[in-house]
Design a protein around this ligand. Structure first.
Ligand SMILES: [Zn+2]
Length: 445
């Protein structure tokens, strides 16, 4: 070891690095150095012994190191309703099953326990940051901190009352209060999250728009998910939701529109011109029979498209690798072009595009010096990922979340050789079985 070696916390020496920025690059025999929460160096592995003195040096043969996935749309606590009501269209699924179950069970404890389950599932699958839209954000945030995952929590607003809040003002007050209480937490960020065009009034949208501007927060909202949503909007407002958003001044680089399934060319141009982001949730769109988002068209207009799993009640996996593979496959079929959404671009959507939508692209989403160390290692040595001609293709088309072996969030190794750093698995099993019994008892009564 050289006398002038730099002291770092961790040195990771994988076989390959996909930095995401610059794009379309695979670095062979490069290492990453981490100090505190940040990436401090990306360098040829042959320099490790002369340049660095690490507390922890980790050699990962046949592994690729890449930024963690950014799950840009989910409802984490709904993981407790996974498989509760399946094979139904959106409005019947919501009105007849999900909303009644939520009014029965949703509480601070339900949200904490459900979010903890979701966080563990996401970490094991390589997600290091998730963008959440749900109730009781303070308790969702506490669960994320416990699990050691980065969370972007919604200041969620819906026009009608539930167990969490009485009216839009109450939702806003409680969401802003949670933001104040979690203000100093390094893993926590916030968005304004009006649920959708069909559950939020013009007056409330206007108020949210003002707050988002004042607080520099993105606006995270479901948009153009189903044909019914658009037909109802035409009846009630005389315009389609995106046109309504345009009138309300909501289209901007801060808008994170989730789904965008039924979107025409004029609306695509409008969103592109305003610099708004779209979150694509292909599994949810297929399962609820909502339709196929024209991802190829959105990408050709340079819209920032990120990937989300949506909630486990409509997917039913919080599996970003599976979601991104499906997105890549579906985009080709919908476009009629096999060249649409190649592997490297799909990896970009699952990482840096999500970070950009959330206003966090200066901090996460790529492996760059000075960025936060939110990293994952994927094992490509297994039978299912042999032979290996192209690392990016192997991740998108052949690997599964079971190939994720190690995960770092904010410089902390939260998953080590597939095991959690802290013993959260037992706690999660106990809490989940408690809620399963509660829900089953209610259903049979
Ligand atoms: Zn959703």
């Amino acid at each position: 070891m050289a006398n002038n070696a730099v002291e770092v916390d961790t040195l990771i020496e994988p076989s390959w690095v996909i930095p995401i920025n610059p794009s379309n690059k695979v670095l062979t025999n490069f290492s990453i150095a981490i100090k505190d929460s940040k990436i401090v160096s990306i360098h040829p592995s042959c320099d490790n012994s002369t340049r660095f003195n690490a507390l922890d040096q980790i050699k990962l043969d046949d592994h690729v190191l890449m930024p963690g996935f950014v799950n840009t749309h989910t409802h984490a606590a709904m993981t407790l309703l996974r498989g509760y009501a399946d094979d139904l269209p959106l409005m019947r699924w919501l009105s007849d099953h999900i909303w009644p179950a939520e009014s029965e069970f949703v509480s601070a404890k339900f949200v904490h326990d459900g979010t903890l389950l979701a966080c563990a599932e996401m970490l094991r699958g390589g997600t290091t940051c998730f963008n959440d839209m749900y109730f009781f954000p303070l308790h969702a945030g506490q669960a994320a901190i416990k699990a050691g995952i980065r969370a972007v929590l919604g200041i969620t607003v819906i026009e009608f009352p539930n167990n969490y809040a009485a009216d839009p003002q109450d939702y806003l007050r409680k969401g802003l209060e949670a933001r104040d209480l979690l203000n100093s937490e390094p893993l926590i960020n916030f968005t304004m999250s009006p649920h959708s065009p069909y559950t939020v009034s013009d007056k409330t949208f206007e108020q949210i728009s003002v707050l988002a501007n004042q607080l520099h927060l993105p606006i995270h909202v479901h948009i153009h998910e189903t044909k019914t949503e658009i037909e109802d909007s035409l009846k009630q407002y005389g315009k389609r939701p995106i046109a309504r958003f345009d009138t309300l001044g909501l289209l901007s680089p801060s808008l994170v529109g989730v789904h965008a399934v039924h979107i025409d060319d004029v609306e695509i141009s409008l969103m592109a011109n305003q610099g708004s982001s779209v979150v694509h949730c292909p599994s949810s769109n297929l399962k609820l029979a909502s339709g196929f988002s024209p991802i190829g068209k959105l990408l050709r207009k340079n819209i920032n498209v990120a990937i989300g799993t949506d909630g486990a009640a409509s997917n039913n996996r919080l599996d970003m690798l599976a979601e991104t593979r499906l997105a890549a496959l579906m985009a080709k079929a919908v476009d009629g072009l096999a060249e649409t959404l190649p592997a490297h671009q799909a990896l970009h959507m699952a990482t840096l595009a999500g970070a950009r939508a959330l206003g966090l692209d200066d901090q996460i989403g790529s492996i760059e010096k000075g960025k936060l160390a939110d990293l994952i290692a994927i094992d490509l040595s297994q039978i299912e990922t042999q032979p290996n001609f192209d690392v990016a293709s192997q991740i998108i088309y052949a690997a599964g979340r079971e190939n994720v072996t190690n995960v770092w969030v904010n410089g902390e190794r939260v998953l080590k050789n597939k095991f959690f750093k802290n013993a959260i698995s037992d706690t999660i099993s106990q809490k989940t079985s408690f809620w399963t019994t509660q829900i089953l008892n209610k259903r049979t009564n």
